[in-house]
Design a protein around this ligand. Structure first.
Ligand code: FES
Length: 148
């Protein structure tokens, strides 16, 4: 995982080309995350052995949390969409690999201020151009199970 700031590709181009630099800089900093690879992924079906990552009671409807998988460096974002639904995503930012965490109504990457939808993982603001990878998750017997 890298926490080093990486310049926006368009910014690099703008700094090496005298002509059109203002246009490319403006495009880089527009906050838009629309891109072909920003389509929401389908929710994966549970398969393989699940990992218990939290108690369902600790994640009320509408809340989000970043959980670590015990014994690994892997971390995941959980969003309790309703009583029966938990959505799971990687916490690795699609921009430069920083750790994404819960924000205010969405997921937020503090490194360069990207935002992601809690409903489908798509990038909604900032330099990130891709949706977060999704994982299957479910609630069973009061536990939140993740299928990494
Ligand atoms: S690593 Fe740059 S916005 Fe997340």
């Amino acid at each position: 995982m890298s926490t080093t700031a990486q310049p926006c590709r368009r910014l690099v181009l703008g700094s090496t080309l005298a002509v059109g630099a203002a246009t490319t800089l403006a495009a880089c900093g527009d906050g838009s995350s629309a891109a072909p690879d920003n389509n929401p992924q389908a929710v994966p079906q549970p398969s393989g052995d699940p990992v218990t990552v939290a108690d369902a009671a600790d994640l009320p409807v509408g809340s989000m949390v970043n959980v670590a998988r015990e014994g690994t460096k892997d971390a995941y974002l959980l969003y309790r969409q309703d009583e029966k639904t938990v959505l799971a995503y990687t916490s690795v930012c699609t921009h430069a690999g920083c750790r994404v965490g819960p924000g205010e109504g969405d997921f937020h990457c503090p490194c360069h201020d990207s935002h992601f939808s809690a409903d489908d993982g798509t990038a909604t603001a900032g330099p990130a151009r891709g949706a977060l990878t999704r994982y299957a998750a479910e609630i069973s017997d009061g536990k939140i199970l993740l299928y990494p």
